[in-house]
Ligand binder design. Sequence first.
Ligand code: UN1
Length: 513
Amino acid sequence: MANFGIEEALETLGLQEINEGSSTGSVNFSNGEIIASYSPVDGKLIGKVKASTKEDYEKVMTTATAAFKTWRAIPAPQRGEIVRQFGNKLRELKEPLGKLVSYEMGKSYQEGLGEVQEMIDICDFAVGLSRQLNGQVIPSERPGHVMREQWHPLGVVGIISAFNFPVAVWSWNTALAWVCGNVCVWKASEKAPLCSVACQNIIAAVLKDNNLPEGISCIVNGDYKVGEYLTADTRVALVSATGSTRMGRIVGAKVAERFGKSLLELGGNNAIIITPTADLKVVVPGAVFGAVGTCGQRCTSTRRLIIHESVYDKVRDAIVGAYGQIKIGNPLDESNHVGPLIDKDAVNTYLAAIEKAKAEGGKVLVEGGVLEGEGYESGCYVKPAIIEAENHYEIVQHETFAPILYLMKYSGDVENAIELQNGVAQGLSSSIMTNEMKEAEKFLSFAGSDCGIANVNIGTSGAEIGGAFGGEKETGGGRESGSDAWKTYMRRQTNTVNYSDELPLAQGIKFDL
Ligand code: UN1
């Protein structure tokens, strides 16, 4: 077991008094119905928060919009300094926060720590970025003129995040949004509300220490109805939403209707192509971690293995053999690989998907099922399953947020595998396992993977924060995290300045008076 008790973690994170009636975190004026957070680990109640009513939301927005005026006037590198302090606090609190993530959401403690590490990393990235929000200088066609580009903050950024990465996804958005000069209003998943309150407490303390307005970071609690306040609100310049394609379709349409900006990071249906030259030492851990890590609840989780027929039996046997070693149980016990699903609804979705795959002709290679008995009282622990299937099955085309891995064969050239890989509606992450340079390059070329993430000889999940994160098609097209994703959090302004005594018009137009 990890050395921290969960009570101690809650206390360190300022969550010891999370119960009915307490309004938690600063800038959280919640007065609505109670949201109880039960741990999928042991089924116990961890705490309760109140949902935000429309009035509460209005108070949050008033606080946030007022804070924006102060925050945008602070030079970007000084905003970076605040993010640096936030990152340092996260370093201090990595263990308790990682533990809370693990206990409230159910991922392994190692993955909980990894998630907090992603937060620390994005803070470091954002600090450096705070000195590099550069525009360009563009040659003007007119004498005595100069053109340049500036990047200005947007205003209020609304962040809608999912239960599966209850802290990191917020931080990818918020750390960038802050250095860019925006203030943030966060609607976290109602399935992991305490994680959001813990994060809010941490940043609120940093803001207070620096005498900065608390409205720079706000949270609102609740279900999709609270999300709708954000999507419909013209004061929210950008809505960054991470979650299901179903949710993204609604959010994207609503925000577009009012000409707001949205950044959508939605479902994946990620595949690994395993070619004849693939190295099994790399394939097995890559595929197994990808499929069962976070109990198959990452948007980057490996859903499909597309295996060349010449190595199919060998690869299948190695993967099935590795599944025999997987330990399922309390995720806070570091000897376990896989914890529970988030809740019983997720368990039912998992069971229904297995039935559907069977009904469509799938052959079960590793049997799934719900675990019962000591240690599994929450009813949320399931066995990772492997099913031999075909790409066109309806269930294979669909993202099921659970540890179900579909195996399929390809024959002939890598192009055939790429066609299968791209033959789904989603386009988030993809990998090829090969030692053939030509295959790898084809996979990465314009005619290769159509995903936002395409990897060679690593799995589909576990992306580093330094790259832009997101994907195409039903994945929504947005990019979060590294590279130049920061540009989404700013508005571009083109400036033309005339320092001559004349007024020549562009395109050579004459307009003599
Ligand atoms: C998600 O599942 O929403 O690439 C994010 C990964 C992690 C992030 C996943 N760094 O698997």
